[in-house]
Design a protein around this ligand. Structure first.
Ligand SMILES: Nc1ncnc2c1ncn2[C@@H]1O[C@H](COP(=O)(O)OP(=O)(O)OP(=O)(O)O)[C@@H](O)[C@H]1O
Ligand SMILES: O=c1ccn([C@@H]2O[C@H](COP(=O)(O)O)[C@@H](O)[C@H]2O)c(=O)[nH]1
Ligand SMILES: [Mg+2]
Length: 220
């Protein structure tokens, strides 16, 4: 009898971008809760490298303190590992890609997709995972600065000097990435200057096509 392919999941990636303090980290957990995505925050993955005192930890710490963008090979590897370790296929990637180099490096990742034949799982190599869309939290500079200075989470980069550098990097390097995806019709722009509840109403509309799904438990 011919083997029957009855189930295939494909990886869905949504990039979440916006200036520092625009609300990415506030809204991503809500997206996880409502739509079953896994939240990968590039900044948090880098921070974990600093805290684990890995070989790149000191270098990453210095980049973060200066508001500079860590080389793509480090960030993309961390993201790729996190995606491979997850049993989910839906990812929101928060605060990445930060620049053109990040974008190109991510889009050249070789992705691993699973499919099932007669209940048996197989892996299939797929090249180039493209983002489904980019969720863009649009917020004016003065509001970003105000929010970061009030954040009070003890971040090494939440001070007036580093904020200036981060904003410069955002306008010079990250906005062009958002503009690139906009030219491809892939940007969902949200007015992030309103209250968290109002902003999340718009976010929900953008994700409405993703109904929450039961997660595949890889341990069974
Ligand atoms: N709509 C909002 N109105 C008022 N304050 C907000 C709003 N959204 C987020 N905040 C607050 O602003 C601060 C920054 O938000 P958040 O950490 O979500 O930003 P971010 O985009 O993840 O920033 P970063 O890029 O620096 O990580 C937090 O203290 C958060 O509580
Ligand atoms: O893709 C990335 C993400 C982050 N960084 C560095 O980390 C800090 C903090 O990032 P947040 O997203 O604001 O938490 C950022 O300023 C960069 O120094 C990075 O290099 N690449
Ligand atoms: Mg954040």
């Amino acid at each position: 009898m011919e083997a029957k392919l009855f189930f295939q999941e494909t990886t869905v990636v949504v990039f979440v971008l916006g200036g520092p303090g625009s609300g990415k980290g506030t809204h991503c957990p809500k997206i996880v809760e409502h739509f079953g995505f896994t939240h990968l925050c590039a900044g948090d993955l880098l921070q974990a490298e600093i805290e684990s005192e890995s070989e790149n930890g000191t270098m990453i710490h210095n980049f973060k303190k200066e508001g500079k963008i860590v080389p793509s090979e480090i960030t993309v590897k961390l993201l790729q590992q996190a995606m491979q370790q997850s049993d989910n296929k839906r990812f929101i990637i928060d605060g990445f890609p930060r620049n053109e180099e990040n974008r190109a490096a991510f889009e050249n990742i070789v992705g691993l997709e699973s499919f099932y034949v007669n209940s048996k799982s197989y892996n299939l190599l797929l090249v180039k995972i493209k983002p489904e869309f980019v969720l863009f939290f649009d917020c004016p500079e003065e509001e970003l600065t105000r929010r970061i200075l009030n954040r009070n989470q003890g971040r090494v980069d939440d001070n007036i000097e580093t904020i200036g550098k981060r904003l410069k990097v955002y306008f010079e390097s990250t906005l062009p990435v958002i503009n690139y995806y906009n030219s491809k019709g892939k940007v969902q722009k949200i007015d992030a200057q309103r209250s968290v509840d109002e902003v999340f109403e718009d976010v929900k509309s953008v994700f409405a096509k993703f109904k929450p799904v039961a997660r595949v438990d890889s341990t069974k």
